[in-house]
Design a protein around this ligand. Structure first.
Ligand SMILES: O=C(CO)[C@H](O)[C@H](O)COP(=O)(O)O
Length: 265
């Protein structure tokens, strides 16, 4: 009996909206600059920008990709890897990853970011930390001076048993009176993460968001919190696709973040 073949991820041929073009520009440029022939273990993030990352990796060709293993950050990226005929691995087999590329909800001037818009930030942070190089890809709307400018809430993954207590802590102790449990759109009840947990979205004042590491540490200390969607001092570079076809790159060079504009891939 013939073994059924899984179709590879299609190369984008349809006319894309300007936002989608911006995501693709960022993803293609990041892959071209950071996924090298000698990279064998690659972390694949979650969200709507990451499919373009995988698309570009597939374009590097079967010769390179047959020697690689790809580690997903959740259900969506696992499906993407399998559908693209790439080899699937897990972080327990490969606790050291060459490069992880992931999306972001917002990135600040110091390369700190908010993640967890898709409720995947626990695994995303594990794969970011396991990676020798962690790279962000996004469209221009995610590029900000300070976190919280356009993406108001910090996603917080909590064990279901503790959600009401953590909400109370956020409202009355940590100064986020509008923190709410994230509700599902096509299901009655809360969003449940790939790990079976709930997500709280907690907005903080602009002053608090100027020091994301400090508030991240305070939230993480609350019992019942599994992970906080603030990634501080983790990314080496962030790529933002722009509407004019250029890509803005924020990159860590000798301990400082340098910003430049490059032409598209
Ligand atoms: O953190 C994430 C999921 O938990 C995503 O990477 C983030 O939400 C960005 O997604 P997109 O590329 O769709 O803007």
């Amino acid at each position: 009996m013939a073994i059924p073949t899984i179709p590879a991820a299609p190369v984008t041929t349809l006319k894309l909206s300007s936002i989608e073009q911006a995501k693709r520009l960022a993803a293609y440029t990041a892959v071209d600059e950071h996924i090298h022939p000698d990279h064998k273990v690659i972390g694949i993030g979650s969200g709507s920008t990451v499919p373009y990352v995988v698309e570009r990796i597939v374009q590097q060709g079967e010769d390179l990709n047959r020697h690689r293993v790809f580690i997903p950050t959740g259900f969506q990226s696992k499906e993407l890897i399998v559908a693209s005929n790439l080899s699937l691995g897990d972080v327990d087999q490969f606790p050291t990853i060459d490069v992880t590329i992931d999306g972001a909800d917002e990135v600040d001037r110091d390369l700190n970011c908010i993640k967890g818009g898709g409720a995947c930030h626990l695994r995303e942070k594990v794969l970011a930390e396991a990676a020798e190089t962690f790279i962000l890809v996004a469209d221009y709307r995610k590029n900000a001076e300070y976190l919280g400018t356009n993406f108001p809430g910090i996603p917080i993954e909590v064990v279901p048993f503790a959600y009401a207590k953590v909400l109370q802590n956020l409202h009355h102790v940590l100064g986020s009176p509008n923190a709410t449990l994230r509700m599902a759109k096509a299901k009655a009840g809360p969003v449940v993460s790939d790990n079976g947990n709930f997500i709280i979205d907690a907005p903080f004042s602009p002053d608090v968001m100027k020091d994301p590491y400090k508030i991240m540490a305070r939230i993480k200390m609350l019992t019942g919190v599994v992970e906080v969607g603030l990634f501080c001092h983790m990314a080496q570079a962030a790529y933002f696709g722009n509407q004019d076809g250029s890509v803005t790159v924020k990159e860590l060079v000798a301990g400082r973040v340098v910003e430049k504009n490059v032409l598209s891939a």
